[in-house]
Design a protein around this ligand. Structure first.
Ligand code: GDP
Ligand code: MG
Length: 163
């Protein structure tokens, strides 16, 4: 029960770093759910006096490029089913990749709120590069650094406004 937010995005964009920071900071509980959900991590976060469930996706090991992409798509579909809102994470250090585009295609079709979080915006130079993500066409775009914590407050304000 409760409001659930899933973090999706291709590998290495920083989903788990953000997830851990979110839960650590708010002293929330991380739970390993066994069985079908072993490739995902579940936790509870608190922000502005509101609690919500967070799912970190992407803990699989891919055997080949094809399986890789298929797996990621599958995880996005599962996340879409389970979550009330999604954090779609991008990486300002690498910019937009083909895999980002293909995930964005899936996410644009959902009626659930999608928050595009461009991660690794650690400094002003990165911010300049990160603006290309506006071109992906999502209404809610946030620039964050899971390393420094910058920008995450605005993102969490926007998410908790839905609860
Ligand atoms: P995931 O595969 O999406 O879960 O990505 P991880 O959380 O495992 O992070 C992938 C790499 O990016 C790790 O080496 C992190 O330390 C690094 N990373 C995560 N967030 C940031 C950030 O805000 N800035 C920088 N510079 N590196 C980051
Ligand atoms: Mg991860």
């Amino acid at each position: 029960a409760g409001f659930t937010v899933a973090i999706v995005g291709r590998p290495n964009v920083g989903k788990s770093t953000f997830f851990n920071r979110l839960l650590e900071q708010r002293k929330a509980i991380v739970d390993d759910v066994s069985g079908v959900t072993r490739d995902r991590q579940y936790g509870v976060a608190d922000w502005n006096g509101k609690s919500f469930n967070v799912i970190d996706t992407g803990g699989f090991v891919a055997q080949s490029e094809d399986i890789f992409e298929k797996e990621i798509r599958k995880q996005v579909m599962i996340a879409l089913e389970e979550a009330n809102a999604l954090i779609f994470m991008g990486d300002a250090a690498t910019g937009i990749t083909d895999l980002d585009e293909s995930m964005a295609d899936v996410l644009r079709r959902t009626s659930k709120p999608v928050f595009l979080a461009v991660n690794k915006v650690d400094n002003p130079d990165r911010m300049l590069e990160a603006t290309e993500f506006y071109g992906m066409g999502f209404d809610n775009v946030f620039f964050i650094s899971s390393m420094t914590g910058s920008g995450s407050g605005e993102l969490l304000d926007a998410i908790t406004a839905l609860i």
